[in-house]
Design a protein around this ligand. Structure first.
Ligand SMILES: N[C@@H](CCC(=O)N[C@@H](CS)C(=O)NCC(=O)O)C(=O)O
Length: 225
């Protein structure tokens, strides 16, 4: 019997990436908005699903998977092979390239910047960390800016899981001054304006708003940001 897809993690976490993918694919899912840390992702029940104690995790008909971009790639391949998920070996590798690039080059920097520019209470923001994070993302943002100058999306004309992954990872960069990277800005806005992205962003914004300052502080501490 099919038990369907469950996505674990409050929408302000990297669970946003899985939520966007599920919305994009039109796959029915159950959202389990569990919190990070001891009250949620570090409980014994959750650790049995993801021994890392981190979010997100999915359970898809009993198949358990962690790592946000492994989840989006899996869902895209399962439900949209040849469309959202590239059909050729080379294009598939290119989608992996951009996904690994996003995690390695910009994920942490954007996260640190957003905490110290937007999410922590103003008096607790660390300007030095924020400036350093901007320096860290500047070079990869230049690379992304050039990539989307040549064509509308990362793999060519069409929006694919490569765009979804990179745009989801840097989604909090919408609050940055992106004027040094105008083509990146244009591409990011187009990606985040898709109906599926808007639906997931609505969940994310609502959970951002519902997050008290002490939880944001705890997140910064737990993630060493
Ligand atoms: N590389 C992982 C990172 C997961 C991660 O760090 N998630 C954060 C929330 S966005 C988390 O659960 N942090 C809490 C903790 O580490 O205890 C992924 O992309 O899924």
């Amino acid at each position: 019997m099919s038990t369907g897809l469950r996505i674990y993690g409050v929408a302000r976490t990297r669970a946003f990436r899985a939520l966007w993918a599920a919305e994009e694919l039109g796959v029915p899912y159950q959202h389990m908005p569990i919190e990070i840390g001891d009250v949620g992702a570090r409980t014994p029940e959750f650790l049995a699903l993801n021994p890392n104690g981190r979010l997100p995790v999915i359970v898809d008909d009993g198949f358990v998977l962690f790592e946000s971009l492994a989840i989006t790639l899996y869902l895209a391949k399962k439900y949209s092979f040849g469309k959202l998920y590239p059909a050729t070996l080379e294009a598939e590798a290119r989608a992996w390239q951009w996904s690994f690039w996003a995690i390695a080059e910009v994920d942490r920097g954007v996260n640190i910047w957003s905490l110290h520019a937007v999410r922590l209470p103003p008096a607790e923001r660390n300007a030095a960390l924020r400036e350093e994070a901007l320096k860290v993302v500047a070079a990869p943002f230049k690379v992304l800016d050039a990539a989307v100058a040549a064509q509308p999306h990362l793999l060519g004309d069409d929006f694919t899981v490569a765009d979804l992954n990179v745009a989801a990872v840097i989604s909090r960069a919408v609050d940055m001054d992106l004027s040094p990277w105008p083509r990146l800005k244009n591409w990011l806005m187009r990606c985040l304006d898709r109906p599926a992205a808007r639906a997931a962003l609505q969940l994310k914004t609502a959970s951002d708003k519902a997050t008290p300052a002490d939880v944001t502080r705890r997140i910064a501490r737990i993630n060493r940001l």
